[in-house]
Design a protein around this ligand. Sequence first.
Ligand code: G3H
Length: 251
Amino acid sequence: MRKPIIAGNWKMHKTGAEAKQLVEELKELIAGVEDVEIVVCPPFTALETVTELCRGTNLTVGAQNMHWEKEGAYTGEISGQMLKYLGCRYVIVGHSERRQYFGETNETVNKKVKAALSCGLYPIVCVGETLEQREAGITAEVCRKQVEEGLASLKDDQVSRVVVAYEPVWAIGTGRTASARDAEEVISYIRSVVAGMYGEKAAGEMRIQYGGSVKPDNIKELMEQPNIDGALVGGASLKAQSFAQIVRFEG
Ligand SMILES: O=C[C@H](O)COP(=O)(O)O
């Protein structure tokens, strides 16, 4: 049985003080929720504050990116060990904004996934097609390549620690959500790609989220789909009230 996972990606929002306020409000609103894993992914500068506040609660913390090397002359970068040391459990890898603006490729995604796993982090690996690709009818092909290359040559015992987030690029921050049915179709296809790589058991254990304009009013329908195991939430995770409603699958 896959435990649902709802993660809030704060992107480049919230100072340390604002992060503290958001987490304090959120903690009250989600108290007692145990059947869903709840993750917040603040910017690097708020990670320490947030991990301290979340210790011993039902909230876990993720980062939004990492470098694949443990340390070295990589100005401006942060390693997986550093995140682990701070108390992070998750790290988002290959978000479409990183692919689009910062040159992330399937190859660098793969290096980061392996580095994250080897230092004990759980990667949330983002895949998804652009509008142009969807209109060209190549959604499945694009997602297959991103999964096959991004998750290439992992150790068998690492695969179930990976979370995949299917995020159609055209649905991110646009208010346009993929229909629950369309999201289910692509996510079930992604699961079959993972099965082809690592076997049915590993694919059956892997959690796959949907992301892209997830809101309180569409979470319930998304979560009713058999292959959708949670959501990666951007805008609606910046307010405690809306994120808590999503976590509770409440419209
Ligand atoms: O990582 C989150 C996604 O990019 C979705 O963002 P959004 O919920 O603002 O559309």
